[in-house]
Write a protein that binds this ligand. Structure first.
Ligand SMILES: Nc1nc2c(c(=O)[nH]1)N(C=O)[C@@H](CNc1ccc(C(=O)N[C@@H](CCC(=O)O)C(=O)O)cc1)CN2
Ligand SMILES: Nc1nc2c(ncn2[C@@H]2O[C@H](COP(=O)(O)OP(=O)(O)OP(=O)(O)O)[C@@H](O)[C@H]2O)c(=O)[nH]1
Ligand SMILES: [Mg+2]
Length: 427
């Protein structure tokens, strides 16, 4: 196994910068560049780092294999956070036999050495990239392996049922089934409902992790930009009484009740000869397609648009409620200029994505994991009602295999390669 090196903190001017080494040469390298004869395990050493001259004062930590983050010998150098100094120390390590780590290489090694399951590795990345405290906390609980544990429990039960079904096939001549068709179906239904509950929780966890993207779309002048500013509580977009004010898509992130929401204010949709406006309108469609939710806005004069072929969930929102004689339709009515109904709208969005304040996401999840659970769920659903015991047993086995993609017991190098390449260098 090679020895890898990478900065564990950003390479910018900062009080302290950390460089991390993992692999068999780690200890030897650190001894050389600090001229230390002995480095104690898990002991903070105050040292001087040398190239030819003195390079820096630093604190060094050594974790001996297998009791480290990666399961290999790990050394951390906590030095002054200067990018040139840090770069220089990395070069010294490379000169002494280390290799620059690829993105995610430390986590990859931790996974390969059995220190973490795949869902835990993903949780580490999710903690780092979480866009709100709630998201970070739910990722931190995933670090405990909650999802992996729940999946393992399900797998154990799938296996127990499969054993019974297979025994029924083997002993079928004796005409006493080990498990009756009815009992088998009852257990399948129970397993299915548990898997469905897990899928729902994972969806919530994934929404919390990814945040929610909302596009404001409608005819010119209905007040999209006014709503944008009211939501963000600052002047993000220009508002005028002229139709066609907004051209580019403007995005702004807000945290509402601990959830990370991104809003996109778009150009008013109308037929126009202006080239710039046309491009803006095309972008409005593009963002509507990419968003998790579209608010189709109208006002007292202009009906909300209906975007043909739009698959994104969308709500009709009437703005300028203050100018309406009566709210007639079953739709949302707000007055963006006066902030009337804006908080309620944000609350509704959280509720829709099952992220209301009182809902705790017990673990964060990723699209990848949600997809795995969806596939397993589909297969289990199809298995219910199948009479042929051999097919049932076979399907149960398949569901188990699909689920093991969560913990990483069954993962191809492709899947792993793609997953870790998304990580940052030094993680
Ligand atoms: N300085 C520093 N801080 C850090 C990390 C790190 O690698 N270095 N972490 C990196 O992500 C996180 C903490 N996670 C860690 C996970 C495992 C081990 C570790 O040494 N595990 C050993 C020993 C366990 C024990 O003593 O109980 C092991 O699993 O065998 C260290 C840090 C956040 N803070
Ligand atoms: N009475 C009233 N006027 C509003 C309200 N919200 C916005 N307006 C006014 O409507 C006009 C257009 O607002 P904008 O926010 O620029 O509308 P827009 O939808 O972004 O327009 P484009 O960028 O041109 O597509 C401005 O004069 C706003 O002050 C409201 O709740 N009540
Ligand atoms: Mg606008």
């Amino acid at each position: 196994m090679t020895t890898i090196v990478a900065p564990a903190t950003a390479m910018v001017s900062q009080p302290i910068g950390i460089i991390r080494l993992s692999g068999p040469l780690s200890l030897q390298i650190i001894k050389k560049i600090t001229k230390q004869k002995r480095i104690k395990v898990r002991h903070a050493h105050f040292v001087t780092v040398y190239d030819k001259e003195i390079l820096d004062h630093a604190v060094v930590l050594y974790f001996k294999a297998p009791y480290s983050f990666t399961g290999e010998d790990v050394v951390e150098i906590q030095m002054h956070g200067n990018p040139y100094l840090m770069e220089n120390v990395i070069k010294l390590c490379i000169g002494l036999g280390a290799e620059m780590a690829q993105p995610g290489a430390f986590s990859h090694r931790a996974f390969l050495n059995g220190k973490m399951k795949l869902d835990q590795v993903e949780a580490v990345a999710d903690i780092i990239h979480a866009g709100s405290l709630r998201a970070a906390k739910s990722a931190a609980s995933s670090l405990e392996g909650t999802l992996g544990t729940k999946v393992s429990e399900l797998q154990a039960e799938l296996m127990a049922l499969r054993v019974l079904v297979e025994a029924s096939i083997d002993f079928s001549e004796e005409d006493i089934p080990v498990i009756s068709q009815a009992a088998c179906n009852a257990r399948l239904a129970l397993l299915h409902s548990r898997l469905q509950a897990l899928l729902q929780t994972a969806k919530t966890g994934a929404s919390l992790q990814k945040g929610i993207q909302v596009a404001l779309v409608g005819a010119p002048n209905v007040g999209k930009s006014t709503l944008m500013n009211a939501i963000c509580k600052k002047q993000v977009s220009i508002v005028t009484s002229e139709a066609g004010t907004t051209r580019d898509v403007l995005s702004q992130e807000v945290i509402h009740k601990g959830v990370h929401l991104t809003f996109f204010d778009t150009a008013g949709v109308r037929s126009t000869s202006s080239i710039a406006e046309k491009i803006g309108i095309e972008k409005a469609h593009e963002f509507a397609t990419k968003a998790d939710l579209v608010l189709l806005m109208g006002d007292h004069q202009t009906r909300p648009l209906s975007l043909e072929g739009l698959e994104t969930p969308s709500w009709v929102v009437y703005n300028k409620k203050d100018l309406f004689p009566d709210a007639v339709e079953d739709a949302l009515f707000i007055s963006a200029r006066h902030g009337d109904g804006v908080d309620e709208l944000l609350d509704k969005i959280l509720e829709y994505f099952k992220l209301a304040e009182h809902v705790e996401a017990p673990f964060s999840a990723r699209t990848r994991q949600v997809d795995v659970l969806k596939r397993a769920n589909q297969l289990l659903q199809e298995t219910q009602g199948i009479v042929d015991a051999e097919i049932v047993a076979h399907n149960l086995w398949d569901v188990q295999q699909v689920l093991s993609e969560i913990t990483g017991e069954v993962s191809t190098d492709d899947v792993l390669g793609e997953l870790f390449s998304d990580f940052c260098i030094g993680k």
